[in-house]
Structures are given as structure tokens and as C-alpha cells.
Design a protein around this ligand. Structure first.
Ligand SMILES: NC(=O)c1ccc[n+]([C@@H]2O[C@H](COP(=O)([O-])OP(=O)(O)OC[C@H]3O[C@@H](n4cnc5c(N)ncnc54)[C@H](O)[C@@H]3O)[C@@H](O)[C@H]2O)c1
Ligand SMILES: O=CCCC(=O)O
Length: 391
């Protein structure tokens, strides 16, 4: 993964464990796919609910977590008795093939897990048009997710979508500053900022803005950009030239509208697709950095006055995947968590994904949930059986 996608070795090893955790979790969960017996309304009847595999699953996955985004789909699909055709990202085919090879070594029967590579729209269309494929599960951009959702209509497939985010990270005046800096740094710069749950907008209450900005910049300065195979590296390159150009476009847009670069703000001297860890101040809601997912190592700081204003700004987006808040107040933690229109909320914590909890978004960040006991339902059909005339 480090060689293919660029993430530092420590993060790649973390992803190996994270990826494996979905296989382990769903191997266990397979034992708990219980049906139901429903008390009948007529005494000569017995009513049952069976849970059965949905059928062949088409899984289309992104490059940013080239292993875990596959196992988070394949684990529950196999646990339910489905077979899977995986279409990995064209940028990370080798990780997918390595995973498939490990699956064969582990004894998963040939044909249960398949990996297909090539032209993405062509493979996508073949999966969409097939009546044998009963479910499409997709992780990737919102634009492609919408196409797949529309394309599934023709054969009325089940669809799960894990799409883009625009995560707010709200730092209140009453936050523990060390916890807030550590949490926001992790939430922002994981995988060079190329994570759907990365903090995309750091909203900072005005009373703590200067203090937080100073401490945050100091922490960002400690990130070491370089070759992920070197142990000291904490940030690798971006995935490709297009990703760097997107970051540049967002930075130019922000500075042309009055934002100020507090740190970084340009390509790294290492060249290629390395970009400097960047902090941008005075970002406002008319800038691309506020409105869209930058998917790079850029932390926009946005000042706010009141809790109400912060919640309004946080929800002012079509995305609704992850959000983070930093505060020492328990009542505020509850109030704000409940008001945020997001599928996941981290309170005083910047890394919250785990195989045991449901992962997924609201609004245009997706449909359905992955991981946890809720993730298994996505690969099951319910069958109601009514046994009558029992005397
Ligand atoms: N919500 C989540 O869980 C989650 C996780 C990871 C990434 N993402 C999102 O994914 C995006 C980055 O990943 P990406 O650049 O690989 O996304 P992408 O949508 O460009 O590609 C994702 C996958 O879709 C395939 N694809 C592209 N066009 C297709 C088509 N017409 N038909 C069928 N398949 C097609 C690609 O080849 C790739 O395998 C970001 O927006 C990020 O937020 C979301
Ligand atoms: O980028 C998306 C997945 C990252 C995660 O599972 O935390």
C-alpha cells in the first residue's frame, strides 16, 4: 500500500489491521444472523422470518483505503453467503489482488470472491445491467455514486453508497486545547487528508481562535513529509497530479476571496505529488474550502461566535458523513451531537472508525451502513414464511 498508494508504512500497517478487523468481526457475526418467529394472528398459523443472502454483490471501491474498503464489503457479504465481484480503483489494483490471493490462501472457495479490473464505466455498466448481480455496494465520490444509484434502477438492485464528506471539526472555547489540537490534527492529516471522514473545516470559537491556531500550527509543523517507507515519515504524497491541482485550485480560490495562508500553501520541495501540510486562516462559507471536500493536507480555520452559529455552519452542506466536536461540557456534547446532521460524530476524539460501530453518512454522503451488526443487514433479504392449516 505504501508503494502503490503512498501512505506511510505506519498507516499502511494500521490499515492491514483495520482491513483484517472486518473479516474477523463478520466471521463472528455470521453466527448471529438469526431469523424471527412472529406470534400469529390466527391460531392455525405459524409465521417465520428467514434471512437469506441477497445474491451476487458488485463492490466498487476507492484508492484511499485500498484494502479496508474492500474487506468492509467482502466480510459481511461472505458472512451472509453472497458471492462478490470487486472492482477496485484503477490506482490501487495490486492491493486488491494481494487481498484476493490471501483469501484463496485462507481457503475461501474459488469464485466466491472475484476481482475484475479494467475500464471502470464498462465494468460498472456490466454489473448494473446484470440481473444476476442483486446488490451494488460502492465507496467513492458522490458524483459516481449518483450514477450507480440511477443505473441500479433498471434492474431494481439494492444499493449501498459510502460517498464524500465535508466534515466539520468544531473547537469550542471550553475545549481542552491539547486534546483539540491532537484530535483535529489526526482527523485532518490522516492519509495526507485523503479520507472521507477527514476534518474538512475546522470551526474555532473566537475566544480560543488565536491560542488554538498557534498550537495547531506548531503541531502541523511537526509532520514530516516524505517517502512512506522511511519510519520518520508522517505524510506521504497525494494520489496523483489531478489531486494536487485540485488542492491548488481550492487554495487559489480561498486566497482570492480573503483567506490567509498561515502555513504551507504550496507544492512540497520534494516535487512529484507531495504537498506541504497547510493551514489557512479566515476561511468563509463562500470558498471552495468550505463548500467542498478538499481531499488533501489543507486545514481551513473558520472563526465562529456562538454554538448556534457553529451548528448552522456545520450543517450548511449537502454532505453528512463525519463531524467532530471538542468541548469539556457534557450538556453541550449531547446538544451539539444531536443537532449535527451527520452519520458519525466524534466528541473529543479525531479517529473514531472501528469495525464494531456503524459507518455511513446522511444527506448526499450515502445510503446504508457498513461495519457493526447494522452492516450485515445490507447483504440480507428477509423472507416471510406463513405456514397455514396447522389444525
Ligand atoms: N464514505 C466513505 O466511506 C468513503 C470512503 C472512501 C472514499 N470515499 C470518497 O471517495 C472519493 C475518493 O475516491 P475515488 O477518487 O477513488 O472515487 P471515484 O468515485 O472516482 O472512484 C471510486 C471507484 O469507482 C470507480 N468508478 C469511477 N467511475 C465509474 C463508473 N462510471 N462506473 C463504475 N465505477 C466507476 C473507480 O474506478 C473506483 O473504483 C472521495 O470523495 C471520498 O470522500 C468515501
Ligand atoms: O475514507 C474512508 C474510510 C476511512 C475510515 O473507515 O475511517
Amino acid at each position: 500500500m505504501t508503494l502503490e498508494q503512498g501512505k506511510p508504512m505506519k498507516e499502511a500497517l494500521g490499515e492491514v489491521n483495520y482491513g483484517a478487523s472486518f473479516i474477523e468481526y463478520f466471521a463472528e457475526e455470521a453466527k448471529r444472523i438469526y431469523g424471527d418467529i412472529i406470534p400469529p394472528t390466527l391460531s392455525d398459523r405459524r409465521l417465520l422470518v428467514l434471512k437469506q443472502p441477497v445474491g451476487v454483490v458488485g463492490a466498487i471501491t476507492p484508492w484511499n483505503f485500498p484494502l479496508a474498503m474492500i474487506t468492509r464489503k467482502v466480510g459481511p457479504a461472505l458472512a451472509c453467503g453472497c458471492t462478490v465481484v470487486v472492482k477496485p480503483s484503477e490506482f490501487t489494483p495490486l492491493t486488491a489482488l494481494a487481498a484476493a490471493d490471501l483469501a484463496l490462501q485462507a481457503g475461501i472457495p474459488a469464485g466466491a470472491l472475484n476481482v475484475v479490473m479494467g475500464n471502470a464505466p464498462e465494468i460498472g455498466d456490466a454489473l448494473l445491467q446484470s440481473t444476476q448481480v442483486r446488490k451494488i455496494t460502492f465507496t467513492g465520490s458522490t458524483a459516481v455514486g449518483k450514477k450507480l444509484m440511477a443505473g441500479s434502477a433498471n434492474t431494481v438492485k439494492k444499493v449501498s453508497l459510502e460517498l464524500g464528506g465535508n466534515a466539520p471539526c468544531i473547537v469550542f472555547d471550553d475545549a481542552d486545547i491539547d486534546v483539540a489540537v491532537k484530535g483535529s490534527l489526526a482527523a485532518k492529516f490522516r492519509n495526507s487528508g485523503q479520507t472521507c471522514v477527514c476534518a474538512n473545516r475546522i470551526l474555532v470559537q473566537e475566544g480560543i481562535y488565536e491560542k488554538f491556531a498557534t498550537a495547531f500550527i506548531k503541531a502541523v509543523q511537526s509532520l514530516k513529509v516524505g517517502n512512506g517507507l522511511e519510519e520518520s515519515t508522517s505524510q506521504g504524497p497525494l494520489i496523483n497530479e489531478a489531486a494536487v491541482q485540485k488542492v491548488e485550485k481550492f487554495i487559489n480560490d480561498a486566497t482570492s476571496k480573503g483567506a490567509n495562508i498561515m502555513l504551507g500553501g504550496k507544492r512540497h520541495s520534494l516535487g512529484m505529488t507531495f504537498y506541504e501540510p497547510t493551514v489557512v486562516g479566515n476561511v468563509s462559507n463562500d470558498m471552495l474550502l468550505f463548500r467542498e471536500e478538499v481531499f488533501g493536507p489543507v486545514a481551513p480555520l473558520i472563526p465562529f461566535k456562538t454554538e448556534e452559529e457553529a451548528v448552522h455552519m456545520a450543517n450548511d452542506t449537502n454532505a453528512g458523513l463525519a463531524a467532530y466536536i471538542f468541548t469539556k461540557s457534557i450538556p453541550r456534547s449531547w446538544r451539539v451531537s444531536e443537532s449535527l446532521e451527520y452519520g458519525l460524530v466524534g466528541v473529543n476524539e479525531g479517529i473514531i472508525s472501528t469495525e464494531v460501530a456503524p459507518f455511513g453518512g446522511v444527506k448526499q454522503s450515502g445510503l446504508g451502513r457498513e461495519g457493526s451488526k447494522y452492516g450485515i443487514d445490507e447483504y440480507l433479504e428477509l423472507k416471510y414464511i406463513c405456514m397455514g392449516n396447522l389444525g
